[in-house]
Design a protein around this ligand. Structure first.
Ligand SMILES: Nc1ncnc2c1ncn2[C@@H]1O[C@H](COP(=O)(O)OP(=O)(O)O)[C@@H](O)[C@H]1O
Ligand SMILES: [Mg+2]
Length: 192
């Protein structure tokens, strides 16, 4: 049989257990929340890297490029400053994809070849033209040299830009960094 003293001691013990249960359920909820957040950020990352054209249209060019630059920055310890000005959320799919892929190739070239410390990726929409400027302070290269014209990366960049009736210029000199400039019209000839 329980005495009065036993019952008195039972009260605080139960309160303590209730508190522990509360803490435990809070901790579980936080854990679930953290798992959900990391799944969402993994999704955004996956979408922005292995990007499908329809997903690029949904995210918008600037929103898709930002995490790409951040990811390269943290993976390769290069400071990449990405800025976007007046870029409409919905762009022609082929123009958006072209700019996205050209940025990827240009940034990969910086990572692969040139030991840059600082990179700027600038995206501006003006007078129905997208301007993409990618500048690095790496070792630079001779643009007309055989090595630069024999590989597919720079050629595929030019070809992508040509297909959307844009223009591309690669300016570089050994020891002076590299600047890739791309202009892509936002209107089809038929709608211009
Ligand atoms: N940003 C850059 N900085 C220094 N060198 C570069 C850069 N971009 C291209 N290059 C030079 O141009 C060459 C051709 O580049 P690319 O056509 O992309 O082929 P790949 O990257 O497969 O070598 C590279 O091998 C490299 O020597
Ligand atoms: Mg390349």
């Amino acid at each position: 049989m329980k005495t009065r003293g036993d019952t008195k001691r039972l009260g605080p013990a139960l309160t303590c257990q209730a508190r522990m249960l509360l803490w435990l359920s809070c901790a579980i909820w936080l854990l679930i929340l953290a798992i959900m957040i990391s799944a969402v950020s993994a999704d955004v990352h996956r979408i922005s890297c292995g990007l499908h054209p329809a997903q690029l249209t949904q995210l918008g060019l600037a929103v898709a490029l930002n995490p790409y630059c951040l990811e390269v920055q943290s993976a390769h310890h290069i400071a990449i400053r990405f800025t976007a000005r007046d870029v409409p959320h919905s762009l022609r799919e082929d123009a958006a994809l072209c700019v996205y892929r050209v940025t990827q190739e240009a940034v990969q070239n910086i990572v692969k070849h040139n030991g840059a410390k600082t990179v700027t990726v600038e995206l501006i929409a003006e007078n129905n033209v997208i301007h993409l400027n990618i500048t690095d302070d790496g070792r630079g290269f001779e643009v007309g040299a055989k090595r630069a014209t024999a590989s597919l990366g720079l050629i595929s960049m030019s070809e992508r830009v040509r297909l959307v009736r844009g223009r591309i210029a690669v300016n570089s000199k050994p020891g002076q960094g590299t600047r890739v400039t791309v202009l892509v019209p936002l209107q089809n000839e038929s709608s211009a």
